[in-house]
Write a protein that binds this ligand. Sequence first.
Ligand SMILES: *Cc1c(COP(=O)(O)O)cnc(C)c1O
Ligand SMILES: [Zn+2]
Length: 389
Amino acid sequence: MVSANQLDAITPSNHRLRCRDCGTVAAHSDWRCSACLGLLRLEWTKPTPGQRVDPTRSGVWHYRPLLPSVEPSAIVSLGEGATPLVWIDRWARAHAIERVGVKLEYVSPTGSFKDRGTTMLLSVARSLGLAKVVEDSSGNAGASVAAYAARAGLSATIYVPSSAPAAKRAQIARVGATIVPVDGPRSAVTEAALTDVDRTGAYYAGHNANPYFAAGMASFAYELIETFGAQLPRHLIVPTGGGSLVVGCFDGFLRWFGDSDEARRRCPRIHAVQSAGCAPLVAAFGRGLDHAPPIERRPTIAGGIEVERPPRDREILAAIRATGGSAVAVDDEEIRRERRLLAQSEGIDVEPTTAAAFAGLAQLVRDGVIRSDEVTLVVATGAGWKDPG
Ligand SMILES: *Cc1c(COP(=O)(O)O)cnc(C)c1O
Ligand SMILES: [Zn+2]
């Protein structure tokens, strides 16, 4: 075992950022390629360390040796990670499945799993000495970035769709961030945020694009490995919009196990669940495409996964296929029904976006993609109070 002092010797040099399109290496403070505007991938410059955990810390930062390195004094934490795992036998029985676990990610400082990505991203922002962050979000990522910015003493401006749930908007405002509602499609919200970034030189903390956000999600995979050991659940059900959890968690498995075919086989099969009203990844998966095609969008109550053009579409589809998973769409009626059933049969109160994952699991069992005797884990991404409906 190494001491905390030795771990502190990890310098900001265990990774670099490289453009996924043209291969140019970017600065740590960039969020996209300055040459071609492509997205950046995090690339490890050191092999997976033998010492994988920091015994002096709990939660996300317990896995500090496996995360992009930042100065310990720059870490911005609210106690995220180490979320509970419960088994839902009554709900499972109602769907003729034997063993369904739920990772209660809504037991996070701001009520959603987004805190895993935000603690990483804001810690990088602080270690780079940045003063202001800008984010665009349907609510949860905005609430998370706003809270962690307050914790870090940074100023935050959060662009949200005018249709964002009132509870999430209020949450953002309470921690002192500037909140800017934007009319029109979700893409207009991103454009408004990027205009602010260009004008003010702020750091873009956009969770669908900034590579450090997904990097923090690797902690989810590490927790599963520590919890389950060699016997990981066979299936992982993830409500998916921009895909930070799918991509970050898949990268996490490979970081821990080493990048090999053997490692891919050890991963749970990752199933992405989308709303039928906005399901570009399901369209791509069904048609065998490696990127998300343009889609026609309909309104949905699952606002947290309403991402018409996921920037990381290729990575998401690759992760799903590499693990033998799938992508499935569910409609609002099924989402409402499963939300109610989960709350009343198990006391687990999630927002509609999260309930989509449970509707997706029910669908995958009906379709025979998941067998009733296979252990399945659902990610309960966001709390019910955020979007009471
Ligand atoms: C953001 C969000 C998702 C989707 O996460 P992505 O990383 O965008 O795929 C799912 N559930 C909830 C509650 C969310 O807030
Ligand atoms: Zn490039």
